[in-house]
Design a protein around this ligand. Structure first.
Ligand SMILES: [Zn+2]
Length: 173
């Protein structure tokens, strides 16, 4: 599944957008690896978690404005997940935590606040962020995660010793 996406995406990209640089293709493959390894955990918890990942540095909102650099990724209820490569491609722990968080939004069918124009992605209220983090944490633990991503999400939930909170408090998805 990962390999298929890896081969097909550059061809689709040739029609719709510039192809990803090799370093970003490798990054996207790693992100898809995180998603694949988390799917069984979401399924075991009773949630569907089919997602389509892509890297997007701009993360434009519904009005076409780039989201703040503190936004690491976002998702639609339909399963599209956008991930900011400059923040995630060089930090495997943060990347796995963000992928789990966005997959949780998809699994929980979270929808943000609709706004004007052609909107496929929305900002989500704090309550939904907490729900996503709770499910992401459960899925990471269930997956047998030993990368530190589960601990990082626990920090986002306010349940940690603060070791990574200082560094990552800025970078919540
Ligand atoms: Zn979120």
């Amino acid at each position: 599944m990962i390999r298929t996406a890896f081969l097909v995406l550059p061809m689709l990209g040739a029609c719709a957008m510039p192809p990803l640089a090799p370093v970003h293709l490798a990054c996207l493959e790693r992100m898809e690896g995180h998603a694949e390894s988390l799917k069984p955990a979401f399924a075991a918890l009773g949630y569907r978690s089919e997602v389509h990942l892509r890297l997007d540095e701009y993360l434009a909102d519904g009005r076409g404005f780039a989201k703040s650099v503190s936004t690491l990724g976002d998702s639609s209820a339909g399963g599209s997940i956008r991930l900011r490569p400059s923040r995630l491609c060089s930090d495997a722990v943060l990347a796995r935590a963000v992928v789990a968080h966005e997959m949780a939004h998809v699994a929980l069918q979270h929808r943000g606040t609709p706004s004007e124009g052609i909107v496929v992605l929305w900002d989500k209220p704090p309550r939904l962020e907490s729900e996503a983090n709770e499910l992401a944490h459960a899925a990471l633990v269930r997956s047998g995660d030993d990368t530190g991503a589960a601990k990082l999400v626990a920090c986002w939930l306010g349940k940690c010793d603060g070791a990574r909170l200082t560094r990552e408090g800025f970078g919540r998805p």
